[in-house]
Design a protein around this ligand. Structure first.
Ligand code: AGP
Length: 628
């Protein structure tokens, strides 16, 4: 049953709870009439994003005031009924806790001196900034990373900077992902905003202006929406929005008319849901990761009661891209936790009478939670007495209802048939699980756990940076679109990424592609190589790099046209002769699969667009294969 008021494409059924994933909601209004009730109305439209506290701040007579409440919006309404706020300028927020437990104290808006703001995202360097500000005498009231931003802006105001300059000075100090709406006391009838790794839109009304985390947030007030781009910041007043790019240069961004019904599952500035979902990954992964780590203590926080120390084995069952996410999990869990992991394609597993042992944990990987083969494989494990878990996006799905432990991926509805943000969200969950299991089994100490969690918290920013390769990818796509066969090669987790790159290309551009462990090349596939065969080699500068580089020389010696996707150090050491060398950001091997995902997703996407394929609903495919 489709939830009332949600717009979803035909032949696609989502339950309301599937929208309940962890994403903060932001609204700001520079109005000509009272804003309190309108902010509440907007926050109610954002409830689908999932949250654990809410708040509102307003500016009236050059003074800031705020009300906040833990729990649902009705708790905030009760606070406002007892202590109303009357103003025509204000900001509101529904919070999905990342730094600091759900509480009124940690609810947004957070404040620092003359600044009150709301934030969606994760600031990675908040601890060092907080220490610097505390050393300068500033006192903090919350555990949040968000409060650090407010205090930082206020410190620049103290230094005599004007509000917008102080805002930009603070933005330049932040590492991580953010969407912000900011009030400065005395800076009447202005709200400042910024986006990096988390979306933010400007709404244009009649003598009023709005900021929102998506078109739905401003939907009650306007259908004229301007999508800020990565790194943009903005100041809105009653009549206009002054938008600046990351380097502070004034820019114009196109205004779109968004139909209210499509607002919830909307494409925004994008041509296809798949393109939007690729670009949603920094925000999606940060919400996934924040559900599995405590960013304050930099420790893992796996929900459920699985005792990884006592576990003898993990059995993963999955199909398609979910299977590939599981494969990456296998590498990481065995490497970090020394815990044996078997993984198998569900459609084979369910029929071959596998030898299972009761001391194992079965994990079903599934975006939809409804894939028939995976569900059958899961039920086979249950019948054999295994405890079961599901890594799923749809929290009301059959798999989620039948397992002992649910590990949601919290990436929001994925509409494109080709899985992108769900893939990186699944990998994020398994990465956190690998670290948690390693700690539980005494394979790493607390310090190493903290190091690895901090590495994982960097992933959203690095994914945003790797999406920045899009122009280079679009250029490569022109040649790939002409190919008959394409080979993807990699080693370690990159061998799984080679499978994923090939699957993405096949399923949306209909070009034949094979993903191979690079070491397998000489055992047959190298016979495919000639000057008409593009070969995509995925090789960050890790322990496999030298081997991958020699594979690259092998295929180039046979005329292979190599697209080498590496990182800055790998680019320095790559053998000469590649047709293209693409440089993704450097990253710890723990998250290299996450960082390398966007280039291969974007490559498949742009090839499919060039070939005029139906990107979001490729021929012969369905988003959820609920039949055998
Ligand atoms: C991936 O891009 C495909 N859409 C497909 O392989 C998909 O991953 C597979 O059908 C499994 O779906 P699930 O994750 O919903 O179980």
């Amino acid at each position: 049953m489709r939830p009332r008021g949600y717009f979803v494409p035909r032949n696609f059924s989502l339950s309301r709870r599937e929208y309940e994933t962890g994403m903060c909601g932001i609204i700001g209004i520079v109005g000509k009439s009272p804003v309190t009730n309108r902010i509440i109305e907007s926050l109610k439209r954002l409830e689908y994003r999932g949250y654990d506290s809410a708040g509102i701040a307003v500016q009236a007579d050059r003074k800031l005031d705020r009300r906040r409440a833990q729990g649902k919006i009705r708790a905030l309404e009760a606070v406002l009924a007892a202590s109303p706020l009357t103003a025509t300028v204000g900001i509101g927020h529904t919070r999905w806790a990342t730094h600091g437990v759900p509480s009124e104290r940690n609810a947004h808006p957070q404040r620092g001196g003359r600044v009150s703001l709301v934030h969606n995202g994760i600031i990675e360097n908040f601890a060092e900034l907080k220490a610097e500000l505390q050393k300068a005498g500033r006192v903090f009231e919350s555990e949040t990373d968000t409060e650090v931003i407010a205090q930082l802006i206020d410190s620049y105001l103290d230094a005599g900077q004007a509000p917008l300059a102080a805002f930009k000075s603070a933005l330049d100090r932040l590492t991580g992902a953010y969407a912000l709406a900011v009030l400065v006391e005395g800076h009447e009838n202005v709200i400042m905003g910024a986006r990096k790794g988390s979306p933010l839109v400007v709404g244009t009304g009649d003598g009023e202006m709005f900021l929102g985390s998506d078109a739905l947030a401003v939907g009650p007030f306007t259908n004229k929406v301007t999508y800020l781009e990565e790194g943009d910041y903005v100041a809105i007043d009653h009549d206009r929005a002054e938008i600046y790019d990351q380097s502070g240069v004034p820019v114009d961004r196109p205004m779109k008319i968004v139909s209210a019904s499509a607002a919830l599952v909307e494409k925004g500035n994008f041509r296809h849901f798949m393109e939007k979902e690729i670009h949603d990954q920094p925000e999606g992964c940060q919400h996934t990761i924040s559900a599995y780590v405590d960013a304050i203590s930099a420790r893992t926080a796996m929900p459920g009661d699985i005792d990884f120390a006592a576990l003898e084995r993990i059995q993963i069952v999955a199909c398609g891209t979910s299977y590939i996410a599981g494969l990456i999990g296998k590498y990481l869990i065995e490497q970090l936790a020394d815990l044996p992991v078997d993984i198998e394609i569900a459609s084979e597993f369910r029929y071959r009478e596998p030898a299972l042992r009761a001391g194992s944990l079965a994990i079903a990987m599934s975006q939809s939670g409804e894939t028939a083969d995976t569900l059958a494989a899961l039920r086979l494990c249950q019948a054999k007495g295994l405890r079961t878990a599901a890594v799923v996006n749809a929290q009301e799905s059959t798999m989620a209802r039948e397992v002992d432990v649910v590990w949601p991926i919290h990436c929001g509805p994925e509409i494109g048939v080709a899985s992108t943000k769900a893939f990186t969200a699944q990998v994020s969950v398994l990465t956190a699980l690998a670290v948690a299991a390693a700690r539980a089994r005494g394979r790493i100490d607390a310090a190493e756990e903290q190091r690895l969690v901090r590495v994982l918290l960097e992933a959203p920013r690095l994914i945003a940076e790797s999406i920045g390769l899009e122009d280079a990818v679009r250029a490569v796509a022109v040649d790939i679109a002409k190919a008959r066969d394409v080979l993807y090669l990699g080693r370690g987790t990159m061998s799984a990424m080679a499978l994923e790159g090939a699957l993405k290309l096949k399923e949306i551009s209909y070009i034949h592609a094979e993903g191979y462990a690079a070491g397998e090349l000489k055992h047959g596939p190298i016979a495919l190589v000639d000057e008409d065969t593009p070969i995509i080699i995925l090789a960050p500068y890790d322990s496999y790099f030298e081997k991958s580089a020699s594979n690259m020389s092998e295929v180039m010696a046979r005329g292979g046209q190599v697209v080498f996707i590496t990182d800055p150090e790998g680019a320095k050491h790559a053998p000469a002769g590649a047709k293209v060398v693409m440089t993704a950001p450097a990253s710890d091997p723990l998250i290299s699969a996450l960082v390398m995902s966007a280039p291969i997703q974007l490559l498949a996407y742009h090839v499919a667009v060039l070939k005029g394929a139906d990107v979001d609903q490729p021929r012969n495919l369905a988003k959820s294969v609920t039949v055998e």
